[in-house]
Structures are given as structure tokens and as C-alpha cells.
Design a protein. Sequence first.
Length: 404
Amino acid sequence: MALGTIRSYLNNPRVAKAQIAAELSGAGEFNVEAFEIAKDVTPEFLAKHPLGKVPVLEAPEVNLFESSAIAYYAAAQKENNPILGSSAVEKAEILQWILFAENEINAPLGAWVYPLLGYMQYMKPNVDAGTEKTKRALGALNKILESKTYLVGEDITFADIAVVTSLVLGFKTVFDKAFRAEFKNVTRYFTTVASKAVFKKYLGEVELCETPLKYTPPKKEKKPAAQQQQPKKEKKEEEAPLEEPKPEKKAKSKLDLLPPSPFILDAWKREYSNNDTKDAIKWFWEHFDPEGFSIWRVDYKYNDELTQTFMSNNLIGGFYARLERAHKYAFASMIVRGKNNDNTISGYFVIRGQEIPFEIYDAADFESYNFQKIEPSQYEEKKEEIFKYFAWDFEDCVDGKVFK
Ligand SMILES: N[C@@H](CCC(=O)N[C@@H](CS)C(=O)NCC(=O)O)C(=O)O
């Protein structure tokens, strides 16, 4: 039986997910029609599929988007299909893994790998956040797989189809040998399932990554030699047309377009400045809005090179000085801990939005600091530490600076 036509670019693991589900369910086959996003997202396509993403299914009885729904459509053709779970518990677990694959693997892995493949603009903090989130998800999966061959029950289910197809991109591009050693159970699980005939049929042989993709910044164009040798001279009026057009004065920040947040950063800054931090921190947690703001642990990357503590403190001052455009969107408390020739710079930032904004990552010193996002699920465990950084309440704290 033909299940309908899937339209997608070729070799898309999301399509393989649907094909594997169809074959394991004995539900027939999908036709697959090659699709080029740049060329084929036409008004006619958008009229049928307003999201404008692929894969999509066009079937006589329904048009579907979301690859898991397309795969589910195939599996649901078979009544009481065991790959969809044989009890309420199994069905719920399978749904859990479908959502996990999409939200905890596909999304962060895409944020990590797509910029390296050139599909998205490269922005280091976003790639780093994608990497960390992927690792966090794989850490959990690795733990769960310590005692399991398959995710739900004793045989392949839709859960395995969803999770394994979501991991393909990572195993091909960035999960190199060292990474695989860190997530041994995930690797064993992936290679076991992906080598099954039906998976191989639609995914092909997955070649495990040897050398992980890395970002190569575009080479800066060199000025022609003649121009380089010219001594600096005062700009003359008539030279102006040769210069690149200047950007419009002070572009608005993307952060101004975010939905309003009930957490008013200025109010927090006032609270912090006018009260004992013990009291201010209560206000902070009562008012903090984890959707509109994010919290980041920040560490200087080259702590082992720091010498005099006053110089370390100057580094913090230097960093803040380059964050001039971020005052409206961020608060930070960074401190120097230790003693001369043995000290560290670390602290916390509170930032508008969920990503590190241009106003921060564009600062010259940004690359010298490691920004690690604290997820809302970690707030409880980090509250004490955050308080100590806001209050400079460490025995070895020598100095620090607050960014307000
Ligand atoms: N959750 C969706 C994701 C679909 C998706 O992001 N498709 C990408 C290609 S892998 C796309 O069509 N992107 C085009 C766009 O974003 O405009 C699914 O599983 O089908």
C-alpha cells in the first residue's frame, strides 16, 4: 500500500524515521519526492504546508508536517501495533522519548552542528550552548541505557526509531572517538540499533565521525598592497564615497523585540544597590522570570595565567568597559578569589533572553570567558552559590566588580 508522498531533501534521517516505522509496521511504503528548500517552497507549497519546512506528507486523507507525526501515521495503520507500546505505561514512555528526541537532541544538536555546516550563521555562544545541552541530554540517555538494550520494553519500539534517527547527525559529524568514549552506552545502543537491516536500509551505513566538524572563520580580506603601504592620512571629503556605507545609527537591539518580562532589571539593580544582599536576593527569586531572562555562570578561561589580584580585578573592569551596550540587558557580579599568583576570576551574569546577545558576545574580551547557562531545573541547587557571588561571600574573595 502506498502511504502517500513525503517531500524532503534526500538523505534526511527524519524521513528515514517514517520509512522505518512504516516497514516495521508492515504498513506499506511512502513515495519520497526530492525537494529543494531554496527552490520548492513556493506559494502553492505554502498554501498546503504553511510552516514551510520539510519533511511533509501528502496523503489522500491528510497532509502532515512534523516527521514524528508522519512516522506515527504509518505505525498507527496497524491496530495494536507493539512498536507504539503495549500498555499505558509503554505508550507514555514512547511519547516521552519522541519528545526527548525532538526537544533535547534534535534542537540543541542542530544549534551545534548546523552553523558548522554553514546552514546557519555561526555564533559561538549559541553553538556552545547547543553543545552543552546535547551533552546534558546524552548524559541522561547514557545513564538510562546502563541497564537497557532498547528504550521501552525488550524490543525495538517507536522510541528507538525516534531517538536513533535523531542521533545520526551527531554521530556523523561531531561525536568523535573521545566523545563516544564519554557516552559509551549511547554509542553501543546507537551502533546496535543502526546496524539492524531495516535501519541500514533507510539510513545507509552510518560512518562514525573521525574528525569532528570545527568552525573555520572566513579569512579576512587583505587590503591591496598599495593601500596597505600608504601612510595614514587624514580622511578627505572626496574619499567618503569609497568607504562602506555606515550602518544606520544605533540599530535597535533584538532584545527589545522580546515579549515583555515581569522581571524589571532596573528594579533588581536598585534592590541590589540599596539593600543588604541577604534581603535583595529574596526579592530576586520572588521576581525572577526564567522565560524572559537567563542566568549564566562565568569563568575566566585563563585563570592559571593570572598573577597579581589587582590585575585580575582590572581585567574584570576591562571586560565590563566593553559591555557598554549591555547595561540595559544584563547584571553581573564577578569576583577575584585567591591570592597573588594563585587566583581566579568567576561570577554570574543575569541576561535578558535565553541566548548570549550581540551586546555581550561582540565585546573584545568575550572569548576569554566561559559562559555556562544555568537551566531553571538547576536553580535550586545553585541558589546558594549565586547568592555568594552576588554577596562576595567567599572567604577567599579578594575583590570584585558588579556590572549594573
Ligand atoms: N520538527 C520538524 C523539523 C523540520 C525542520 O526543521 N526541517 C528543516 C530541514 S531539516 C527545514 O525544512 N528548514 C527550512 C526552514 O527552516 O525554513 C520535523 O521533525 O519535521
